[in-house]
Design a protein around this ligand. Structure first.
Ligand SMILES: [Zn+2]
Length: 245
């Protein structure tokens, strides 16, 4: 698959980072963005802008007024619309070359998660609940697909990349489901920072440039402006990935 003159110009600045062949890999790639909210907005925008060939957008919800402080793909006029439709409209304008598949569905079961993960080269967790996160984690481990995870609360955020068999999965790092709080506080730029980092991890996984954050838990504290990187390891007794070699 070769790139047109227009694509070479559009992606010029990043081709200077990872080269033309890596850019062609991006064009051939499919990424599932699960959740089109505060994290999913920057993730989908940067991946579309970067020329990832196909994006699968998964979110069952409609835009609410209280989403707009952070979910920057959705604007005032979109309140009441399906998030996947509002997102797809903006992403098409940003980069008409990117193919979009919209799934206005909730992931309720492992089977649902497997169905989404099967179609993707990388899955991005842009969710706001741990139940669905763990379903995605399990699906990705079963299929051997990378999962990029982030979560935010207030001015805090965390990020890690699961590469099944190479590093810990989400269950290794968080053996029990964290307590859910609804609605939880979030500052818009915090979701923006963590979403941008997730998009960057996806681009590294797909291009092979740099080093994906496997075995690392990145903790961002926007209130103190600190980035801490914890080393995290696989658990041999992990119920999800413990049986992998
Ligand atoms: Zn595990």
């Amino acid at each position: 698959m070769t790139l047109s003159e227009e694509e070479l110009e559009r992606y010029d600045r990043q081709i200077r980072v990872w080269g033309v062949e890596a850019q062609e890999r991006l064009k051939q790639a499919t990424v599932a963005v699960v959740g089109l909210g505060g994290l999913g907005s920057p993730v989908a925008m940067y991946l579309a802008a970067a020329g990832v060939g196909r994006l699968i957008l998964v979110d069952p919800e409609r835009v609410e007024l209280s989403n707009l402080n952070r979910q920057i793909l959705h604007w005032t006029r979109d309140v009441g619309r399906l998030k996947v439709e509002s997102a797809a409209e903006k992403l098409r304008e940003l980069n008409p070359r990117v193919q979009l598949e919209v799934l206005p569905r909730r992931i309720e079961s492992l089977e649902d998660a497997l169905e989404v993960a099967r179609k993707a080269d990388v899955v991005v967790d842009c969710l706001d609940n741990w139940r669905t996160r763990f379903l995605l984690n399990e699906a990705c481990v079963r299929l051997g697909k990378p999962l990029v995870h982030a979560a935010v609360r207030g001015l805090y955020g965390q990020l890690t990349v699961v590469k099944p068999g190479e590093g810990p999965c989400l269950r290794c790092i968080f053996p029990t489901e964290p307590v859910e709080e609804r609605p939880f506080p979030v500052a818009g730029p915090t979701a923006g920072v963590l979403g941008s980092l997730e998009a960057q991890e996806v681009l590294k996984l797909l291009t092979g440039y740099g080093e994906a954050s496997v075995g690392k838990l990145v903790l961002v504290d926007g209130a103190r402006m600190s980035f801490d990187v914890l080393k995290v390891q696989r658990r041999s007794d992990c119920p999800v990935c413990g049986s992998l070699g």
